[in-house]
Design a protein around this ligand. Sequence first.
Ligand code: GTP
Ligand code: MG
Length: 341
Amino acid sequence: MPQKEKAKQQKEREKVPAFTDISELPGVGPATAEKLREIGFSTVEALATATVSELEAAGIGEKKAQELIELARETIEISWVTAKELIKYRSSIGRITTGSRALDGLVGGGIETMSITEFFGEFGSGKSQLCHQLAVNVQLPEERGGLNGAALYIDTENTFRIERIEAMAKNLGLDPDGVLERIVYAEAYNSDHQMLLLEKADRVIKENNVRLIIVDSLTAHFRSEYIGREMLAERQQKLNKHMHRLLRLARAFNAAAVVTNQVMARPDEFFSPMVVAPVGGHIVGHTSHTRLFVRKTAGKNLRIVRLVSSPYLPEGEVLIKITQNGIEDVEESEREELRRR
Ligand code: GTP
Ligand code: MG
């Protein structure tokens, strides 16, 4: 592009003031702002990812909807980029350490932002422990493997434990109270409530500088409420919508999204495409979704984590340890002991 053209575009861009709240957007009166908030678009970032039909469903006319989305997009500069510029986009991806160097290495340096990471495995495999650890670690400064941000924790089975957070925080030399303050928590009572929580999450994410969104468990409510073959399609559809929303929040706020999914310890079920199987339609989240299978070993505290699918990383597996301190690397002596068993 000629220099002149570029400068002109830059100028155009500068003309658009940086709105932070939807009520500041031109043409958004109190009534429209209220409508937008009701359907979960209370920030400009979220509005920029909306579709016209979503806004229409809330009673906003097509033309107006188009204008609003356009304006929101201009404000946060979502536009065409060249592949070269993509490098810059990718470099803005942040990573959160899991507490285990081995596991970090398996996923390319830590759990990444702007996409969804799923831990799946049987009961007691350590999925929730991993979530707790990440909720603490995201708060670390960047040089220690964190993002200096807060965590949003959606707990569906009431398995979030303050004592675990405190122990993990202390182990890292962090003030436990301060760490608890930066975990924004909500319990989801059923699948609809779970979906609603995410739909209304954008403001709380922004206000608290949330860089990690946890849904533990993603699937439990859906499984218990949508039973049998005939409800499978509806269940998938709802789950897909939920995942889609999660992905959009992760992208809009450069946050990591981590979900858990319990599966039976039946080998033939391990790798079935449970969550994102395209039953009744294609799912957007699928390709940018990292799946990690966690399983128990003969060693009581030791777990194997296997990278089952990733948009760009090779498969592989590592050993981790769950202790009072949280998620840790396994020492050579412990590895040896496991081999001897
Ligand atoms: P479901 O939610 O039932 O599917 O299981 P999960 O995969 O979420 O399991 P979770 O993360 O709750 O793991 C529980 C396991 O973590 C326990 O069985 C213990 O082995 C281990 N664990 C939890 N807390 C501690 C602790 O304080 N010390 C030690 N050593 N291990 C712990
Ligand atoms: Mg759990």
